[in-house]
Design a protein around this ligand. Structure first.
Ligand code: ATP
Length: 259
């Protein structure tokens, strides 16, 4: 497969955003785009700066889990300086931007697995990681990390092949990363600018969740919950109805969700 060029001038050429992706920090290979984005944010990088890599050698998911990024896929970290009130919505806007980006460029219909995965036909196509630094009640910076399987062949990675998919795997053809990336950046900005009406972003996120109405098991620290995923609250937390009728509120933090 010929891997398309993601160098900054190619990505930003004619990109119809005001700030998201107007500055790109690109490296063919990085340990993790999150690490570089954190350094950039601490040095006051312009809002909307995107750190991009072709490959990550130490890509991370939540709780220091590994995120595999071989060449041909998208690994990006977006730097934002949001007000504190926006923080619960960043996970919603990031997952919705991925859903919209995939739908627009491929016609596939992804769904969101609460709280942070995007699935196609029940398999994981994208992982999302949000890191925010809050000092004295205000946000110093937030970083949205997105790992999207564009041209990954799950069969090449036995450790994830039962749970993972990619756009090329779903469609049976190579996919232009550039097209998906540029659409994703436009969607991220559009949704971020929509956060002044956060309720509309919440409702759309809610409507795209595949988790609601399912029997699930959640691990939060050493505690296990099992029950019916009944609803989500505006701050993103999940309400789980236990077999005994009890209702548990699970915060979208360091939780693992199993079926
Ligand atoms: P889970 O997916 O079990 O709910 P999580 O949401 O906490 O876990 P993430 O932080 O989003 O997980 O991603 C890390 C996990 O995703 C890894 O433990 C691995 O199972 C899986 N994984 C790693 N790389 C990929 C990839 N490229 N595509 C799909 N899944 C991957």
């Amino acid at each position: 497969m010929e891997v398309d060029d993601l160098s900054p001038e190619v990505v930003t050429w004619g990109l119809a955003t005001q700030f998201v992706g107007q500055r790109i920090v690109y490296h063919p290979v990085l340990t993790s785009t999150m690490d570089v984005a954190r350094q950039e944010a601490r040095q006051g990088a312009a809002e909307g700066t995107v750190v991009l890599a072709d490959r990550q050698t130490a890509g991370r998911g939540r709780m220091e889990r590994v995120w595999l990024t071989p060449g041909g896929n998208i690994a990006l970290s977006l730097i934002l300086y949001p007000p504190l009130s926006y923080l619960p919505y960043l996970i919603m806007l990031a997952s919705l931007a991925v859903v919209h980006g995939i739908e627009t460029t491929t016609g596939l219909k992804p769904q969101i697995k609460w709280p942070n995965d995007v699935l196609i036909n029940g398999k994981k196509v994208c992982g999302i990681l949000i890191e925010s630094d809050v000092q004295g009640g205000s946000v110093s910076y937030s970083i949205i990390g997105i790992g999207l399987n564009v041209n990954l062949d799950p069969a090449d990675f036995p450790e994830i092949s039962p749970i993972a998919t990619s756009l090329s795997h779903e469609l049976g053809e190579d996919i232009s990363r550039l097209k998906v990336l540029r659409c994703l950046l436009t969607e991220l900005e559009g949704l971020y600018l929509r956060l002044s009406d956060a309720g509309s972003v919440f409702r759309e996120w809610h409507d795209n969740l595949e988790t609601l109405g399912r029997e699930i098991e959640v691990q939060s620290g050493d505690t296990f919950y099992r029950g019916l995923a009944e609803s989500v609250e505006v701050d993103g937390s999940l309400l789980l109805r236990g077999a005994d009728g009890s209702l548990s509120r699970i915060v979208a933090g360091d939780v693992t969700l199993r079926r």
